[in-house]
Design a protein around this ligand. Structure first.
Ligand code: HEC
Length: 134
């Protein structure tokens, strides 16, 4: 037990900088996030495919554009709550795609709502590529 006690400060010295570094590494921009998803998918994103994906329904009633509109530079509106949603295009909203955890959380939630499944890495890359054209 004594040995374990001595380990704690050593671990803190190792873990704290790693955690700080990790949070910096997670802060990204839209281009970096697109590249990370492309790498995961093993293929390049396609803006056209992203546009089609974003604007069509996928077997259910909703598309991504239902809440975000087909013009991602404008403020969207949640189709159920009516609450405004800030533009998704990074050119109109500097906060977009700068926080991996946030982006992943909303991709997961929204994809399940629209596709009844999670989005694949290439679908996410395509969507970001499309949103970056604005
Ligand atoms: C039912 C309404 C609704 C639908 C449909 C919807 N979204 Fe969203 N989306 C939201 C809300 C609400 C937020 C969170 C509020 C915010 O970030 O401004 C959000 C946030 C996001 C974000 C967060 C981006 C970031 O990093 O800040 C992404 C990406 C996203 N949506 C993509 C999609 C995609 C792709 C689809 C289609 C598969 C979709 N959304 C469909 C409501 C919706």
């Amino acid at each position: 037990m004594k040995k374990l006690g001595a380990l704690v400060p050593i671990l803190l010295v190792l873990i704290v900088p790693a955690a700080i570094w990790g949070s910096y590494a997670m802060a990204a921009d839209a281009q970096q996030m697109q590249q990370a998803y492309e790498k995961q998918a093993g293929q390049a994103a396609n803006t056209q495919r992203g546009q089609v994906f974003f604007t069509k329904t996928h077997g259910g009633n909703w598309s991504c554009a239902t809440c975000h509109t087909a013009k991602p530079t404008v403020t969207g509106k949640h189709t159920i709550t009516g609450r405004p949603i800030d533009p998704l295009a990074p050119s109109s909203n500097k906060e977009r795609f700068t926080n991996e955890r946030q982006t992943e959380k909303w991709f997961r939630r929204n994809c399940k709502d629209v596709l009844q499944r999670e989005c694949t890495a290439i679908e996410k890359a395509d969507v970001i590529a499309f949103l970056r054209t604005f």
